[in-house]
Design a protein around this ligand. Structure first.
Ligand code: ARG
Length: 455
């Protein structure tokens, strides 16, 4: 005698059903069901023959799903019910035993944790590939220089390798974030039941090991309520997407005619339907634009979790679409970056010409004065005066005649012109992490070591 007398309203059904999106959890649900069936055997709920029947049935369900000929029924509310329904059709009454000691609440939490663990590992893998590409580019362009910018105003010249390594470290931190999400997802909720635990002595640790988890969630209420691992993954993805947006933005900027520092890979660019001369850096633009979507997934799930009383509520069904979309988006973006990096052509001449702007050496002139005993703040003022004079007279800094230098400071002499000599600026940045050839070479090696650890 069923509890309900009325069929669900079609609108309610449409609102409530999750099959359209949670069907991608099928591989996890199947693995989980196999492990659960084995645990039910160990707990004495199933005999050997029943276990074999269930495992055989699950294999067939899997084959149907993989082959694309699994017939979903209108009554399949979600993937968990669809699989169990089909399993029971295949194996008969014994199919009804698979849900012993299990609730969809711990089932869905477990599927999702497995999904996140996989996505976190893929994130790490794709990032590692990108890091390898960036490192290779940095090695390739270790002798190129370009202006470094603050406020998007030319600030100080840097080596291209140095700038590319800034991308490297940015993405290297993302690996740690994905790893942390993977570690958070490595605790198995299964065995929590609906919320209070189950009536069977199931060896949860053994099930966890069977499924590749490294531990079990210690509290059954927490087990079915927790989606932190998804938040952790989304937060890793959001930060990573934000990084990709900055890299994308730089490639877009650098490939403008105004900058002309690089030409994006042709296979990752498009032409214009009307302007035949154009090559648009679409892939880089999309890297730039995808971040808000991934960040939105994080804020969506944060919103779902916010103020939600423990344990399971249907609200938690809303965890999946943002998570799936964010995972697909960040993985696609990382693949795009990986693909486009080797094809970028840098124009060393254009970059060097922009970096030769003498104004960029202003800090170095100030440091010359500091070496001669002037406090840095005063030196900053002296050089400010030189810059204003050069700008007013519309001449480069080095064209201020030696005789006029004393008007600005009596500590200035011929070395002023040496400091302004192109090349000296970059190599004067000898501090660890700085842009001198020596410091960049050291950094390239540290980065290579970090990369080798990942690989
Ligand atoms: N489709 C549900 C979800 O995604 C599965 C869990 C349903 N649990 C329940 N008690 N109705 O969250």
């Amino acid at each position: 005698m069923p509890r309900f007398e009325q069929d669900p309203d079609p609108v309610f059904w449409q609102l409530n059903a999750s099959l359209s999106f949670d069907r991608r959890l099928a591989p996890y649900d199947l693995r989980q069901s196999r492990a659960h069936a084995r645990a039910l055997r160990s707990a004495g709920v199933l005999d050997d023959a029943e276990l074999e029947q269930l495992l055989g049935g699950l294999d067939r369900v899997e084959a149907e799903i993989d082959g694309g000929d699994f017939a979903f029924e209108p009554s399949d509310e979600d993937i968990h019910m669809a699989i169990e329904r089909r399993l029971t059709e295949i194996v008969g009454r014994v199919g009804g035993k698979i849900h012993t000691g299990r609730s969809r609440n711990d089932q869905v939490a477990t599927d999702l944790a497995m999904f996140v663990a996989d996505r976190a590992a893929v994130g790490r893998e794709l990032l590692t590939a990108c890091l390898g590409r960036i490192h290779a580019l940095a090695v390739q362009h270790r002798d190129a220089r370009l202006p470094g910018y603050t406020h998007l105003q030319r600030a100080q010249p840097v080596s291209l390798a140095h700038h590319l390594l800034a991308w490297f470290w940015m993405l290297r931190r993302d690996v740690d974030r994905f790893d942390a999400a993977g570690a958070a997802a490595a605790a198995m909720p299964l065995g929590s039941g609906a919320l209070a635990g189950v009536n069977w002595e199931i060896d949860r640790q053994a099930v966890a090991a069977d499924l590749g988890f490294d531990r079990v969630v210690e509290n059954s209420i927490d087990g079915v309520s927790n989606r932190d691992f998804a938040l952790d993954y989304l937060s890793a993805a959001a930060v990573c997407a934000t990084h990709l947006s900055r890299i994308g933005a730089e490639i877009v900027l650098w490939s403008t005619s105004e900058f002309g520092f690089c030409r994006p890979a042709e296979e990752f660019s498009s032409g214009s339907s009307i302007m035949p001369q154009k090559m648009n850096p679409d892939a880089a633009e999309l890297l730039r634009a995808k971040a808000p979507r991934v960040v939105a997934a994080l804020t969506t799930l944060s919103g779902v979790m916010h103020g939600l009383p423990l344990a399971y509520s249907k609200d938690l069904q809303e965890d999946k679409e943002p998570l799936f979309d964010a995972a697909d988006t960040i993985e696609l973006c990382l693949r795009a970056l990986d693909g486009m990096l080797p094809g970028i052509e840098f124009d060393h001449g254009r970059m060097a010409a922009a970096a030769a702007d003498e104004m960029a050496a202003a800090t170095d002139v100030a440091d010359l004065l500091v070496r001669r005993g002037l406090p840095f703040r005063e030196a900053h003022g002296v050089v400010g005066g030189l810059v204003r004079h050069a700008l007013d007279a519309d001449i480069p800094l080095s064209a201020i005649p030696p005789g006029d230098l004393a008007d600005f400071s009596d500590l200035l002499d011929e070395e002023y012109y040496e400091v302004l000599g192109e090349g000296s600026w970059l190599d004067s940045k000898v501090s660890r992490g700085g842009t001198s050839a020596v410091a960049v070479a050291a950094q390239l090696e540290i980065a290579a070591g970090s990369l080798a650890e990942l690989e």
